[in-house]
Design a protein around this ligand. Structure first.
Ligand code: FMN
Length: 169
């Protein structure tokens, strides 16, 4: 049986990624095709389908912010991952408050424990998505030990479990 890749590679960290258009109008959407790439300097990647409003924004302003929500923000994650900024202001709809970023134009989302301001270094199509590689140019970390939202597929998510160590104690 052929399964979708999201059901084969899980759970995945979920982020609320903010972008903006050339006039500075911001948008936010949920992304779980997301990975770190480099320690120093920090680079990361995510994958965006070309139908997303986020993709249109990234072609206008090559900057974004990766806002990592806590599991208490699952409802907001769902709203931002099921509605498009083309038709609706998701900040208002999901009740998300924003703050100005320091180095990029898209805003950061208040309350997300990790906020990574990024510039686009590469955007290239692979299959039905574009891989976006970003360089982290500024970071805001309010809490290191938080509970991320872990995505499986569709509306199914996981919550982080028990911490385990590779070394027997
Ligand atoms: C938890 C979750 C994770 C998602 N991950 C991705 C992803 O990695 N890449 C992608 O293109 N869309 C992903 N989506 C779908 C987009 O978030 C969704 O299409 C959204 O409406 C796009 O908003 P926009 O049109 O404002 O950019 C995800 C949706 C959810 C709920």
């Amino acid at each position: 049986m052929v399964e979708t890749i999201s059901k084969l590679m899980f759970p995945r960290m979920t982020a609320l990624i903010t972008t903006c258009d050339k006039d500075g109008k911001p948008n936010v959407a949920s992304f779980s095709f997301l990975m770190p790439i480099s320690f120093e300097p920090k680079y990361l990647a995510f994958s965006v389908a070309p139908e997303r409003y986020t993709f249109k924004n990234l072609n206008e302003v090559r900057e974004f912010v990766v806002n990592i929500p806590d599991e208490r923000m699952l409802k907001e994650v769902w709203i931002c991952g099921t509605r498009s900024g083309r038709n609706v202001d998701k900040f208002t709809l999901a009740g998300l408050e924003v703050e100005r970023s320091l180095k990029v134009r898209p805003p950061r989302i208040r309350g997300c424990p990790v906020q990574l301001e990024c510039t686009v270094e590469l955007m290239e199509r692979f299959g039905d998505h574009y891989l976006v590689i970003g360089r982290v140019v500024e970071e805001h970390v309010n809490k290191v030990d938080f509970k991320p939202v872990l995505h499986y597929s569709g509306k199914i998510f996981y919550r982080i479990g028990e911490k385990i160590s590779a070394e027997p104690l």
